[in-house]
Design a protein around this ligand. Sequence first.
Ligand code: TXE
Length: 492
Amino acid sequence: MQKYQLYIDGAWADPLSGEWMETMNPYTGQAWARIPRAGAADVEAAVEAADQAFTQGEWPGLNATQRGLKLRKFAEILTGEAERLAEIEVRDNGKLHAEVLNQCRYMAQWFHYYGGLADKIEGSAPPIDKPDVLNLTRHEPLGVCACITPWNSPLLLLAWKAAPALAAGNTIVVKPSEYTSASTLEFAALAEQAGIPKGVINVVTGLGEEVGQPLVRHKKVRKIAFTGGETAGARVNTDAAPGFKRVTLELGGKSANIVFEDANLDQAVNGAISGIFAASGQTCIAGSRLLLHESIHDEFLERLVSLAGEARIGDPMSPDTQVGPITTEPQYRKILDYIEIAKNEGARLVLGGGSVPAPEGNQGLFVQPTVFADVTNDMRIAQEEVFGPVLAVLRFTDDEEAIAIANDVNYGLAAGVWTESLRRAIKVSERLEAGTVWVNTYRSTSYTTPFGGYKASGLGRENGMEAIKEYLQTKSVWYYSGGDVANPYTRR
Ligand code: TXE
């Protein structure tokens, strides 16, 4: 079995804790590698290395253009390694190879984009209302940033954090999910090839309470960028508060995919399926509430059920597979619990509704694509994030009702609007309480446009120009050129 080490200060190291844990292949159900189960002492070493790299040595000595060049070099290396990284990630999280490979190739764009942005972070010269003063603002890095990532898209979600953090001149300590740490360790090793100095990227693997928590609480960590569930997200926010640390949180959702009566139904059926069954529903942006106009409700549901019922379940490495395994056992149990909850709440099961054995004698955990109709928005299946292939279908009569249902939830990550009317698209998208609204498409993200949540879906934004500000702080510098000596007891 393959054995990984921690990556700290540009070197591989066994955990000081002396402990290891196994990482599983969700398709075979077998352990395939051993990962360090690090502890607080390892976190200390990693933060110390990141702090040293931030304050002295090559990294702070680079100008922004040189820093950007290194990130773009890293992007080229990542592109060349995308296939290898994708295979490792599929082995660890069981997501379809076709999707993970696209993600691993796409990930490089974050390093190109933010590498290019590094030397375009400009300060300003505000006109000051006082004589003989020149005032300049500078945008400076924060210091050591913690990047805490989940198991559903480990590398892509790391790129969303690492690229702007590094472009801004920070150093990072990464804490990947305990279920999917291997690809992140491989990623860090590639940074070395790009000439990114030692200590700038460090990876400490282990459990949330044993590694994540001491990392968040460490006094030299100035910012935490977190993607995960709301329970851990709330904990991170609380733990960061006494140190007044910057926090960005991306915490999932219960996104409404709204199909109006004038929609292109072929596209919309496809969008509804992609919204909930892609990645076996294990995505924060899952369109887990499907809102159907009453006039198309029955026809749409029939088409959806018939298409989703044919989804090929199987080996995520096979190009024919459409629905892969559930990544973790707790997640599998959670999904099955929610299926029972929905049944008990009186939702009408129209597809799936249980587990299926893994094909070819494997031990992986699979859940059938599942659809509940006649869901009302007060049911738990309409309000709580399942993070699995379970769709709740609700009915509406007019635009006002659709908007009201869509917004009547704690989350606000994303929404889908299916209509051929431009006027309706504009009006509805303006009123939806969601950080991303897709019109006649679903599940798209890009390095160029901000991503993040309204309400309980999180704090701050990743991607696009906005994200770089999350890793910078502004300094205002006053230069006085006057010759007088002013009264020291009054404010200038
Ligand atoms: O994620 P956790 P889990 C949702 C989804 C899922 C639920 C729980 O609904 O069912 O969250 O999933 C680290 N301090 N999402 O338990 O625990 C942890 O080690 C610091 C939505 O697998 O949130 C891991 O690296 N770190 C989601 C990361 O946080 C802590 C993606 C996320 O793990 C910590 C995944 C602590 N106190 C799950 N506790 C999305 N938004 O896409 C845990 N961690």
